[in-house]
Design a protein around this ligand. Sequence first.
Ligand SMILES: [Mn+2]
Length: 343
Amino acid sequence: MIPDISQDSLSRWKALTGAAARAVVLGHTHPDGDALGSCCALAVYLQEKWGKDVSVLFPDSPADNLKFIVPPQCRLVCQDTDPEAARTCIEACDLVFLLDCNSFSRTESLEPLLREKNAPKILVDHHLNPERESFDLAFSTPAISSASELLYWILTALDGGPGSLPPSCATALLTGMTTDTNNFANSVYPSTFRMASELIASGVDRDALLQQLYNSYRENRIRIFGYMQLEGLRIVGDAAYMVLTRSIQQRFDIREGETEGLVNVPLSIAGVQLSLLLKEDDGHFRVSIRSKKGTSAQKLASVFFHGGGHENAAGGKLLVGEDIASPSEAPSYVESVLKSFLS
Ligand SMILES: [Mn+2]
C-alpha cells in the first residue's frame, strides 16, 4: 500500500545528504503544482531539519497562480529571469536532487550544466522509464499519485511520522499531491488518502489550500474555458481536441498556467476516451493529453508528439517546421494522428 522504500536507500540518502553543505533541488520546465510542491517541500525540510543551504531551481518561472506554493523561506531561482544565478547555484552546490521528472532532459536548458556537474545526484519521481544510470540514488514509483506523495513517504520514513515535518513542508506536499490528482480525481491510491489524512491531522489547512488552488482564478480563465467549449471543441470518433491558437490566447489575455485543467473537460462526455489540448507557443504547440482507463495518453504522446508521461496524463510537442509546415495545419495533423491511433 505504501511504496516500498528500502532501509538501504534511506541510509544512502542520509549519507549523501549528511555529507553535503549546499543542495540544489530541481524540477521540470513549466513547473506544475507537483513539481513546485515537492521541490519546495524538500528544500524546507533540508533547511530546517538538516541545516543545509538549499536553492530551488527551475528553467522557467512558475505561473502566477502557483506562486503561493513557494514558502517565504525558500530561495527560488529561475533560469529564464536570472541565468547567472542559475549557473552559480549549480556550480556552487555539492548535492543535486531532481524531482517530478524521469530525466535531466526534462529541465531542458539546464540539462548540459546538470549532466556535467560532478556531485551526488538523487532522483525522486513517479514517471515511467526513469534514467537511473544518471543518478547515485533513485526513488522511482510510477504507481503513486505524485512526486509529492513519494517524497512524503520518504521523509516520514526518515523521520518517523508527519508530525515531524516542518509545517510549510507538510503544506507543500499536500498541495503537490492535490494538483497532480486533480483534487483526488486521478491516480489516487489507498496510500494517497492515508497521506492526506495524516497531513490534515497534523495541522495542514486544506480548506485554505483549496481556496488558493481552485477559487482564486482571474475572470479571463473562466471566459476562455467557456469560449473553447462553445467554439473550439472538436470530436473525432472517441477523441476530443482543442487548439488554443496565439490569437485566442491574446484575445482573452491568457497568462501561463491559466488554461490548466481545460484538457480534462471533454473527458466528462460519455464515450470520449481521449482529450488533447494544443497550445501554440514559439515554434511549436504544447500538447496536453488525458485519457480514460483503457486508452493510453502516454503512448499517443510518445509515438506522435515527442513526449511521454503517465498512462492517462501525458504531454509533448507538435513542432512547426518539422511535424507541420505552419500553425494552421495543426488541426488536420491532429485529426490524421487520431484516426490512425484510434483505428
Ligand atoms: Mn507529478
